[in-house]
Design a protein around this ligand. Structure first.
Ligand SMILES: [Zn+2]
Length: 256
């Protein structure tokens, strides 16, 4: 092979590697968190991808899936979501915002009555990466108390707003008796604006122990509400069973 063709080959191989890496990053990191409006902060999340104290998904051989909802309760969407879950006999996990729980305690009570789990998603939904220790503690602790009053028991899991956090956040959550839980894949994605496409993107990523993120509040979630029945049907057709986070973690294999 001549020197020129060797150089050309090297350039092609390098370009191919760069494109593959770019596509992987776009799908797995830049698309994560799904509702992230601070795209510049996405690499911030990458640092914590490998933090063993933070749960992204669960190792299990059973066909189990945990559907989780952030940002509720919201009277516009949560009742619709609850109707769909009831129709499909699905139990889910709701990461609720403390101040919304105080405004709509009845919705949270309905979630509980219908077998769903209530977990902590902060009090005012701030970027916790920008808060000091006292502020983080206040956000998490106030929500613990509000949920305890409304639901009768304190949450065991915490999910930071927009998936943005640091070591301090994980440690404060731990001190309050909560594990930090993120997700494998989000239903909402800025490149997918059709409910069927949104649903099938998540269906395509199916694997035992998957944690799916969806939203039932704050922004317009009408697309999510439409995507939900398709997503649930397809997972159930593949033999998956929807469980709460507590159930999913209970099924986790002890060895990683
Ligand atoms: Zn959120």
């Amino acid at each position: 092979m001549s020197k020129t063709s060797q150089v050309i080959l090297q350039v092609i191989v390098t370009l191919a590697a760069m494109i593959t890496t770019g596509v992987w990053l776009k799908e797995n990191i830049w698309a994560y968190p799904a509702d992230n409006i601070y795209s510049g902060q996405n690499l911030f999340v990458l640092r914590y991808w490998f933090d063993s104290r933070v749960i992204h998904h669960v190792h299990t051989k059973e066909k189990l899936v945990a559907l989780t909802f952030d940002d509720g309760p919201d009277p516009r969407y949560t009742p619709q979501v609850l109707d769909i879950l009831k129709q499909h006999r699905v139990h889910a996990t709701f990461f609720v915002v403390g101040e919304s729980v105080q405004r709509h305690p009845d919705i949270v009570k309905r979630e509980l009555q219908e077998g769903h789990e209530i977990e902590n998603h902060s009090y005012t939904h701030p970027d916790l990466g920008k808060k000091n220790g006292a502020e983080i503690l206040k956000e998490l602790e106030t929500t613990q108390k509000v949920i305890e009053i409304t639901a009768g028991s304190a949450p065991r899991y915490f999910r930071p707003p927009r998936g943005l956090f640091n070591t301090q956040v994980v440690e404060i959550a731990q001190r309050l008796g909560m594990k930090t839980v993120l997700w494998d894949i989000g239903v909402e994605h800025r490149a997918f604006r059709d409910p069927r496409d949104m649903a099938y993107r998540v269906v395509g990523k199916a694997h035992p122990g998957i944690i799916i993120l969806a939203h039932d509040g704050r922004l317009d979630r009408s697309l999510t509400v439409k995507a939900l029945p398709i997503l649930i049907n397809e997972y159930q057709k593949m033999g998956y069973r929807f469980v709460t986070l507590t159930e999913l973690l209970a099924s986790a294999e002890t060895s990683p």
